[in-house]
Write a new protein. Structure first.
Length: 135
């Protein structure tokens, strides 16, 4: 919806480690956090001037395991080649592992990185373009 902020939420068994990975790897800040809210702990990460947030949660006493597929990912479009190259190195330094993408589309102009839960982050080295055959 126009004017909305999107929050992508997902569970993890490694809340503290995952938060540090995303803070270091993508330069996110902690925007909010909660402890034992009806058995859930969580951290909301993002950039204060952006309209998206990522929330990681852990339900105490449960285990969620790894990503359900290799195609569970977040894609960031970074058109500046120098910035893209630098950001790829930062992700690896934060513990993300560079992998071949499940969907080969992402490997043409981008790089795919896997976090400790098996979820993936794509850094696409091109501008965001809306593909609409009817436009």
């Amino acid at each position: 919806m126009k004017g909305s902020i999107i929050r992508i939420a997902r569970p993890t068994d490694k809340l503290t480690e995952l938060v540090e990975m995303y803070k270091e790897g993508l330069g996110f800040s902690i925007l909010a956090s909660f402890t034992d809210h009806d058995g859930f702990d969580g951290v909301v990460l993002g950039h204060s001037n952006e309209s998206y947030h990522i929330e990681f949660t852990h339900h105490r006493g449960t285990s969620v395991g790894k990503a359900p597929t290799q195609d569970n990912l977040l894609a960031f479009y970074v058109p500046d080649k120098e910035l893209w190259t630098k950001q790829c190195l930062i992700l690896e330094g934060a513990g993300f592992v560079k992998v071949n993408s499940y969907n080969p589309y992402w490997d043409v102009s981008g790089s795919t990185f896997e976090d400790i839960d098996g979820y993936r982050v794509v850094l696409q080295n091109e501008p965001w373009l809306i593909y609409n055959k009817n436009a």
